[in-house]
Design a protein around this ligand. Structure first.
Ligand SMILES: [Zn+2]
Length: 111
């Protein structure tokens, strides 16, 4: 696998705007973006007493950075570089992208 890839979540790391490092948004089971998975982040579970603090930080950077991240993913899909860089995973990532786009816009997209 080339570039910045999270094997745990099968997601692409991007670094955009004011983000401090490469990261990707993490979704809950309902598909809502609930936080960030950082490429350089701690692999160990977050201690209970720090969860609120970390969640607050995640929501702090969420609106703009989250938008940038999804936009970047859309750009990569559009210019074909996603398929080139992630030949195995790009189909799954595309599905995630269009699912997200449908949720946000209420429009059903066909690939
Ligand atoms: Zn991850």
């Amino acid at each position: 696998m080339s570039e910045h890839w999270c094997a745990i979540h099968e997601a692409v790391f991007f670094k955009k705007g004011k983000m401090r490092g490469y990261a990707h948004p993490v979704q809950d089971t309902a598909g809502n973006d609930v936080g960030w998975c950082n490429e350089d982040g701690e692999p160990e579970p977050i201690p209970e007493e720090h969860k609120a603090e970390i969640a607050a930080k995640a929501s702090e950077i969420a609106p703009q950075e989250l938008g940038m991240w999804w936009k970047e993913l859309g750009n990569r899909i559009g210019d074909g570089s996603l398929e080139k860089d992630y030949p195995k995973a790009h189909v799954k990532i595309r599905v995630q992208y269009y699912k997200k786009l449908s949720e946000v816009t209420g429009v059903s997209f066909k690939e």
